[in-house]
Design a binder for this molecule. Structure first.
Ligand SMILES: NC(=O)c1ccc[n+]([C@@H]2O[C@H](COP(=O)([O-])OP(=O)(O)OC[C@H]3O[C@@H](n4cnc5c(N)ncnc54)[C@H](OP(=O)(O)O)[C@@H]3O)[C@@H](O)[C@H]2O)c1
Length: 253
């Protein structure tokens, strides 16, 4: 159970090898979170994440095969995990792909794969998770959205629209869970310097996986519904959304 000051004892990360996911785990484990379940595509990155969680002090670390695009398996995977571990306090939805808009824009299959991974697939997995959390009567669903979903830019509208979908879905799901004891927290980071953005010029207000993890831990403690990382982006994007279309269209890549 999450204690009175918002510290969970167990966490499941969908996209277990994610850098941001790992940074969140690294902050939760020393603060009493002793059970870590990393669900992701099998491979060295997932194993390394499991090793890091164990080194951080987790008592139980489990990896499980999870592919966001393998929608038919989501309910089975999620049900099995909740049956194996009993209560799970926090579920972090960290899977995602950036894609390459310059290629994806001319390759409908590739574009659809970005959208399926970031939106449709995660929506499916989140419904399976929400059913289990609702049944256990408590828990937090932490969803890694993005400020890219606040207003789609021509330079990354495929990724941006997938995040808009995920974000809207999470807001609605959070409302449908009101009164169940389960809360959804949407996390909207800006540009995070790391693996996903490797080789890219950092955008203004660029942040780090550790800073995003700090915002998540703080948000869990305060019961926030939406957090921005860094927090100033809340106000930056409040203004960005009001810019005339002709100005927005000229936003650089
Ligand atoms: N980095 C940023 O600038 C930034 C900014 C805002 C929001 N975000 C969001 O934050 C989340 C975490 O990103 P990150 O920075 O931690 O990037 P990351 O290290 O590249 O993590 C992405 C994760 O998604 C997993 N993944 C990709 N496709 C998958 C699939 N089909 N099934 C299951 N897992 C899949 C990857 O697994 P594999 O190891 O198997 O590839 C990896 O664990 C993402 O949703 C991202 O969109 C990131």
């Amino acid at each position: 159970m999450i204690d009175a000051i918002g510290r969970p004892q167990s966490v499941l990360v969908l996209g277990g090898s994610s850098e941001i996911g790992q940074a969140i785990v690294a902050k939760l484990v020393p603060a009493r979170c002793k059970t870590v379940i990393l669900a992701g595509r099998d491979g060295p990155k997932l194993l390394a994440a499991a090793e890091a969680a164990a080194e951080a002090g987790a008592d139980t670390v489990e990896t499980v095969d999870f592919d966001a695009t393998d929608i038919d398996r989501h309910a089975t995977v999620v049900d099995r995990l909740f049956e194996q571990f009993g209560d799970i306090d926090v579920v972090v939805v960290a899977a995602g792909v950036l894609g390459d808009q310059s290629v994806d824009e001319h390759d409908p299959v590739s574009a659809a794969s970005v959208i399926t991974t970031n939106f449709t697939g995660l929506a499916s997995a989140m419904l399976a998770v929400a059913d289990r959390l609702r049944r256990q009567g408590h828990g937090r669903l932490v969803v890694l959205s993005s400020v890219a979903g606040e207003r789609a830019r021509k330079a990354n509208f495929i990724y941006g629209s997938s995040k808009s979908g995920l974000d809207a879905f999470s807001q609605g799901l959070g409302d449908s869970l009101a009164g169940s004891g389960v809360k959804v927290m949407i996390v909207r980071p800006g540009f995070v310097v790391g693996r996903m953005t490797e080789g890219m010029e950092p955008a203004p207000f660029a942040t780090t996986p550790e800073a995003v993890a700090d915002a998540v831990v703080k948000g869990l403690a305060s019961g926030a519904a939406v957090v921005y990382a860094p927090p100033v982006l809340r106000w930056v994007f409040a203004v960005m959304k009001l810019l005339p279309r002709a100005v927005w269209r000229r936003m650089p890549g």
